[in-house]
Write a protein that binds this ligand. Sequence first.
Ligand code: NAP
Ligand code: GLV
Length: 307
Amino acid sequence: MDIVLYSAKDLQEWRQALAAALPEARVHRWSEALDIQADYAVVWKPPAALFAQQRGLRAILSLGAGVNALLADPALPADVPLVRMEDGGMAPQMEEYALYCALSELRRLPHYAAEQRAGRWSPRPLRSRSDLPVAVLGAGVMGRAAARALRAFGFPVGVWSRSPKTLEGLAHFTGEAGLRELLERSRLAIALLPLTADTTGLLDARRLAWLPEGAALVNLARGELVDDEALLAALDSGRLGHAYLDVFASEPLPAGHRFWSHPSISLTPHVAALTPFDAACAQIADKIRRLERGEAIGGVVDRSRGY
Ligand code: NAP
Ligand code: GLV
């Protein structure tokens, strides 16, 4: 079995981990000069030339959970199954990030950081975990993990997703009315939705205004879910208290972008959940072996839904 591998970063580490997880396969780094037709492609941000060259693929496996960039690639073959990463060691990191933001809001850390910069001593009243209801947008692998970790820590949590579901200990919401109801009762909203035609620009001025005065927004999914100008206006006016941003419509975030220096924004460079080489390659190896045996696998992208 031949596998063609491309990753825009850490290619050597990925090759070693994949070869170790799948010793029965020949793992080839992709190059324009590659002269074999592989059975599977394992990719992160591949060049269009990879799909133009590889005509015999039986499946394309993404090294990441979000497949919006792959789906937007006109060179992506229409008839080859696209498989996304399901957790692969990322979910615990999302739990950490969600908890960090909730604790930061609970303990008013952005407020005290600003007070420190101003040299002011201004203690604020006690607030308990039950005073900070959290909305998690997305009830997939990442959303459920984050929501459960927050719930276990004592925060009231509501979850919003496309289809109805029952999740123990978590209030669940669907549809536009459900989103409004959930945002209106939450002090913190955490976006963990895939970027699709339906979610692009979802958090615009109208929907951000559903959050209560002083609430905070966290975007751990994709930058294009949020209308940047609407977010900046809400932060500038003080209607929203703080934003924690890991993802941006343009990455790396361009030098001089207002997000870099905004006093009400904390940002990280798309590191909320990094894909660990070994765990991810173990999952890919398992899926490829199942495909070889003709078995069903999880994570096959429904292209009509976009995730
Ligand atoms: P997933 O398992 O596919 O879950 C997606 C969730 O979003 C599902 O609950 C789905 O609803 C919901 N959803 C999709 N479209 C919706 C819509 N129009 N309205 C309401 N809900 C909708 O994905 P995941 O593994 O949790 O990952 C989520 C996203 O996180 C990825 O797509 C990626 O963009 C991002 N991510 C970021 C990082 C990072 O480091 N920043 C790392 C990993 C992932 P249903 O349950 O009804 O299908
Ligand atoms: C990272 O952003 C991913 O989608 O895995």
